[in-house]
Design a protein around this ligand. Structure first.
Ligand code: UD1
Ligand code: PEP
Length: 382
């Protein structure tokens, strides 16, 4: 029977050196309009891996087109999985039940307490537990929304997973899981990024789809800063931050990152960029990743006044609408790199951000989405 899919579009990562593209931002103008949020990178990656636990094919929808998802597909292919796509957002995977244990006996369920509620650790244990004989209890489990999404996919495939979204997961292992159709949840970190893009440019934009309950910490902090958040429908949020006077301008706030439902570490660098443009002094404390402050030195090039001590930063805000000036900066990691894009949108003049491939790991159609909001952004590939 003829396949309804075109031949696979996924290629292995390039082996020759290609110059990293730059993003050029002509900033200082407000954004407006509407942005559509893609499927979640951090949900798609473990779910793509989980297809290997299944016999038969899985049909995943809303998979974001990112360098990270392409890399994951290459890994699955190198393990023997067949992957096809018609649009990038729909993938048919035949994992062929590739996951095997080499001790000849198979896995056995256990009670396991994580020392730290690691997201990747919880996801790996969930997949192993589904393949194991008997019951597994994972305590001190991560509670991130992406854990709930993985549990929902595994359940769709025939697994029995209870407690996802709490600190205790109970999994009754099944020998056989069957591939299924599943739609990846929207990316809460991308949504949070655009929720920060509006206030840093003192703009009003609408964002869809956004789950309020996945971003409660950010919503509360932005409200305390003076942003107006309006729920236009179940999953559409309008974010307005257009102060009429300098006195009315956004106020700084302090954050401490923590596992969900705490303030997400992935939004910390972007929030720091916003805080640099707000009134007053803000304190940013990074409690999840020991080394997530490399954006500080780059934000300082825009004129941001930030004093760093280890994993804590004091941000001395300025209180004007556009205190940043355009700059030449380097993205050193995904979210730190995106904080420079936000700073560039707020800055007067031209910003050149090199090594933008870090940002491409996590933001689908970056310049297209920003251009759709009226931003003056282009990609330069030499
Ligand atoms: C692909 C993906 O989903 N990435 C996300 C995932 O990363 P990832 O799954 O790697 O994050 P973890 O929750 O495992 O790690 C968070 C922190 O805990 C530490 N740690 C981890 C395991 C452990 O046994 N002991 C320990 O101390 C790590 O060194 C790190 O400092 O969750 C992070 C925390 O929300 C997010 O920032 C990442 O975007
Ligand atoms: C750090 C991130 O991802 P990863 O764990 O894949 O590096 C992220 O999504 O912010």
């Amino acid at each position: 029977m003829a396949s309804k899919f075109n031949p696979p579009q996924f290629l292995p990562p390039p082996t020759t050196l290609i110059a990293d593209p730059e993003l050029i931002v002509n900033g200082g103008s407000p954004l407006s309009g509407h942005v559509t949020i893609s499927g979640s990178k951090n949900s798609a990656l473990p779910i793509l891996a989980a297809t290997l636990c299944c016999s038969g094919s899985s049909n995943l929808k809303n998979v974001p087109c990112l360098s990270d998802t392409k890399t994951m597909v290459s890994i699955l292919q190198s393990l023997g999985a067949q992957v096809m796509s018609d649009q990038f957002s729909v993938m048919a995977l035949d994992g062929k039940g590739q996951a095997r244990v080499s001790n000849g006996k198979g896995l056995t369920g256990v009670s396991f307490r994580l020392e730290y509620p690691s997201v990747g650790g919880t996801e790996t244990l969930m997949m192993a537990a589904c393949m194991a004989e008997g019951k597994t209890v994972i305590s001190n489990a991560a509670q991130e929304p992406e854990i709930i999404d993985l549990a929902a996919f595994l359940t769709n495939c025939g697994a029995v997973v209870e407690g996802a979204g709490t600190d205790t997961l109970l999994i009754s292992g099944r020998r056989k899981l069957y591939g299924s159709e599943y739609s990846i949840m929207p990316d809460r970190i991308e949504a949070g990024t655009y929720m920060l893009a509006a206030p840093i440019t003192r703009s009003c934009i609408s964002i869809l789809p956004v789950s309020h309950s996945n971003l409660t910490c950010l919503v509360n902090k932005l409200s305390s800063a003076g942003c107006k958040l309006l729920q236009l429908s179940d999953d559409t949020l309008e974010l307005s931050a257009v102060p009429r006077t300098i006195e009315d301008d956004l106020r700084g706030f302090s954050i401490k990152t923590n596992p969900f439902p705490g303030f997400p570490t992935d939004l910390q660098p972007l929030t720091m960029a916003l805080l640099s443009t707000c009134k007053g002094i803000s304190v940013v404390e990074e409690f999840v990743f020991e080394n997530r402050m490399s954006h500080v030195a780059e934000l300082q090039k825009f004129g941001a006044k930030i004093q760093r001590c280890g994993s804590t930063a004091m941000v001395y805000g300025k209180g004007n609408a556009s205190p940043f000036r355009g700059s030449q900066v380097i993205a050193t990691d995904l979210r730190g790199g995106m904080s420079l894009v936000l700073a560039g949108l707020a800055a007067e003049g031209i910003t050149e951000i090199s090594e933008i491939s870090h940002v491409d790991r996590g933001y689908e159609s970056l310049e297209m989405k920003l251009q759709g909001l009226g931003a003056n952004v282009i990609r330069m590939t030499s």
